[in-house]
Design a protein around this ligand. Sequence first.
Ligand code: ADP
Ligand code: TRP
Length: 333
Amino acid sequence: MANKIVLTGIKPTGKVHIGNYIGAIKPALQLANHTDYTSLYFIADYHGLTFIQDRNEFNQLSYGIAATWLALGLDPEKVVFYRQSDVPEIFELSWILSCTASKGLMNRAHAYKAIRDMNEQSEIDPDTGVNMGLFTYPILMAADILLFQSDLVPVGKDQIQHVEIARDIAESFNRTFGEAFKLPHYLVDDNTAVIPGLDGRKMSKSYNNTIPLFESSDMLSKLINKIKTDSIPPTEPKNPDSSSIFTLYSEFAEQDQVARMRNRFESGISWGEAKNELFQVMNSFLERPRNKYDELLANPEQIDAILSHGAQKARAIAAPLLEKVKKQIGRYV
Ligand code: ADP
Ligand code: TRP
């Protein structure tokens, strides 16, 4: 039986943080080592362009995402690792799909709808701040997914709707022009911890409460010291299960260390000490990837070489399906 295709993209719209690592990158790296799957991971840079319209920022965030994956151990020989904008077939398919996708489907897509609702509440033109890229975002995402006959799309909960839209678009194309696309499934891991941010809410770029993965060790220490704690006195027992510090510690420490830390919480550890222990385990885990990340970013041509090799592999997979689709729409016989 042929391998299942696993595909996912990350859009470069902010610095990668600890939550992204635990929730998305770490599980994807594990899947990449699975021999039953062929994994395609890409930088969704043209999706990022719907938000990031500063040249330097766009450039740096895109290289930053690529360097993050590589620094954390993604082996570009084991997976197909590419930059979306290096694969023109995606954009050609995106247009073809936009001709069978209904506008109503886009009206209901949550990112667009959220802005519209906000504008309506503020009693301004509902389309203020909406570019067409943002409006048709789910069509480009459908092209990303369908062009590679993806079986599984690992995503965060917020992206489920987009994968469902990709299925709808595939069905409507298949109905109109004949079978072409496989229907993809999303893969949402409910067991993955929701990593808390500095203020105790879910860590997210949108809440400005993140610990970026690759800050200097000084900055990491400063950020860890900012994690919100309560005012229980230093020697009093503390509940590890309601502590962000303990949750983060558990993600980076060995099992026996976690057990010992649980005891220390229960018998009383000062927040200062707990933060220091957290810094130690995080810093020692991140030290090597951080060096690798800095090294890669200092040599962007090395990243380019890896990504263009990946794009060649991606295009070789994509081209035959695009040809088939073009025949089906009557572009040629
Ligand atoms: P953000 O909320 O910072 O904008 P994204 O929406 O870009 O993050 O998420 C990218 C990936 O990282 C998704 O798969 C998402 O589920 C995962 N992720 C984001 N924040 C967290 C978190 N705090 N804990 C676990 N996973 C997270
Ligand atoms: N929209 C996704 C996000 O915001 C990124 C993305 C673009 C993606 N194309 C994709 C994810 C295809 C999975 C498959 O996180």
